[in-house]
Design a protein around this ligand. Sequence first.
Ligand SMILES: [Zn+2]
Length: 156
Amino acid sequence: MLIVQTAADGKGKRLTTTQPIQRGAAFHTIANYRFADERTYTSVQIDSDESIEEHFLAHLNHSCNPNVIIDATSLELRAIRDIQPGEDLTFFYPSTEWAMAEPFTCLCGTANCIGTISGARDLPLNVLGRYFINRHIGGAALEHLVGKGIEAQVSA
Ligand SMILES: [Zn+2]
């Protein structure tokens, strides 16, 4: 089961599990959510123009080497590797967020850390391509690319 814990340093909270979760398991269905009036630090974008707020999602932190994905279509959390009890559950924010309300500097400390997390809009496709991304993000990235192509032609 999922629990929200206060981080060891007393700053911030984290989401963790009391039981092992197997790679590939859909271990949580996002049910008790409400639609967000605007994007916030805790909202999760589930479509091109819709974001939601939910208790567990609000505490699911970002990592550039995440162990969880949010499937915005089925509204499920899935493990992308085996997770042990007590481990932080994390997901890759740009997999749901196109342009974040409050960008921040990532301190995940993983080898592939991308630094500033501000949404998929600001990431090169070769970086986005390393991750699971939701359909609305894939669509927006494609539109963005086409838009840039047209600008390049106009200014050439
Ligand atoms: Zn990072």
